[in-house]
Design a protein around this ligand. Structure first.
Ligand code: NAD
Length: 370
């Protein structure tokens, strides 16, 4: 087994606490010879600003480019509210996404049976849910030019954002979605607004062509993004993989997140293009939640989103799907046994600390491994 390079960027707030639980799991996996991870740790976000007056140094970006995968905790917090805009903690994360061209954001929404009560939807609608939203992350209306507010001089202003997509951007995100579907339920639902937006017309056309030419074995459906949003809360289990643009993906993935109950449970992956020679993608894995300054340093954070992000790294960057399955099963078993951190514990019930949850998952991984 060749050593695999993992760059750990714990970041701020609860980031280092939840990353500690991943490090503990990696240490055990390495000791068992199940993995050969070489881990290195770096600074990103507010802690990088404190050390170097930037949100991430060039040296850390170089390490990120050289790594096989990056695990990130979370960045930000009120301590850094006063820092200049271009070196605010989030700038470190944005720079990583941009410099590594991480154009595909994957957000699974899984509803563990033991947590079905935590969802705002009825148990039968949500129990056993397992879907992934693939969001285009580097194009569309958040980046399109012109992007401006013009003073019209008559007491009125005009604001313009530009939704723009080119063929290659849609092709590459569609391929990520189809490849992913092949490893799951083999179905892709593409969402856009072709009824009112030219970018939606092109999106629909390109996804349809990529499907016909390369992925005929995968089932493809199209939905308008507004009715797709409605379907996502009406009957979410009809979906397997949803592929959509940056703006709709932002909204739809937050809706999907709430289906599952808690922010502390949700992992994500951001992937770049496949290397022409090796087929490997640059990849960053991180929990959906932020640095949770309200509970930072108290041992209250739920490490499951971070641990599940590591499981995604095993599956998508290291082709260790079985080990990823084991970790996900271990998380489900721990929840079945009623182990809960504060964010997922019903009011008035006992909850465990970050390290107790991490330890419970590790023990379960050890038991499943035999
Ligand atoms: P947040 O996700 O940090 O917290 C929202 C709420 O969820 C808080 O009450 C928090 O205690 C709780 N929570 C979040 N993760 C949890 C976990 N693992 N276990 C238990 N409870 C958890 O969002 P916020 O409060 O809006 O933002 C706080 C800071 O994080 C801000 O500076 C924001 O900019 C930053 N942020 C960073 C990222 C990122 O690094 N990707 C994402 C979102 C927000």
């Amino acid at each position: 087994m060749t050593p695999q390079k993992l760059l750990l960027l714990p970041g701020d707030g609860i980031g280092p606490e939840v990353m500690g639980e991943v490090q503990r799991l990696i240490d055990w996996l390495n000791a068992q010879g199940l993995t050969q991870f070489e881990t290195e740790t770096g600074l990103v976000g507010g802690c990088a600003y404190d050390a170097d007056k930037v949100a991430i140094t060039d040296a850390t970006v170089a390490k990120a480019k050289a790594a096989d995968a990056i695990l990130l905790g979370a960045v930000g917090g009120p301590k850094w509210d006063p820092v200049p805009f271009d070196v605010r903690p989030e700038a470190g994360l944005l720079r990583l996404r941009k410099d590594l061209e991480l154009f595909a954001n994957l957000r699974p929404a899984i509803c563990y049976p033991a947590l079905a009560e935590a969802s705002s939807l009825k148990r039968e609608i949500i129990e056993g849910l397992d879907i992934v939203i693939v969001r285009e992350l580097t194009g569309g209306v958040y980046f399109g030019e012109p992007k401006e507010i013009t003073d019209l001089g008559n007491g009125q202003k005009r604001a313009v954002d530009t939704q723009v997509y080119e063929t290659y951007e849609i092709e590459r995100i569609a391929r990520v979605a189809f490849e992913l579907a092949r490893k799951r339920g083999n179905k892709v639902t593409s969402m856009e607004k072709r009824n009112v937006m030219k970018s939606g017309v092109l999106w629909n056309e390109v996804v349809t062509r990529v499907h016909a030419n390369e992925y005929k074995d995968v089932k493809l459906e199209h939905q308008l993004a507004d009715s797709g949003g409605m379907q996502l809360v009406r009957n979410p289990k009809q979906f397997d993989v949803i592929v959509t643009d940056n703006l709709f993906g932002d909204v739809l993935s937050d809706i999907a997140a709430m289906l599952t109950g808690s922010l502390g449970m949700l992992p994500s992956a951001s992937l770049g293009a496949a290397d022409a020679k090796t087929g490997k993608r640059k990849a960053l894995y991180e929990p959906v939640h932020g640095s949770a300054p309200d509970i930072a340093g108290k041992g209250l954070a739920n490490p499951v989103a971070m641990l599940a992000s590591f499981a995604m790294a095993l599956r998508y960057s290291f082709d260790m799907g079985k080990l990823a399955d084991t970790i996900e099963k271990a998380i489900a078993n721990v929840l079945d046994k009623g182990v809960r951190t504060g964010d997922i514990a019903p009011a008035g019930t006992k909850s465990v600390s970050t390290s107790q949850m991490g330890e419970a998952v590790l023990k379960e991984v050890q038991a499943l491994h035999g």
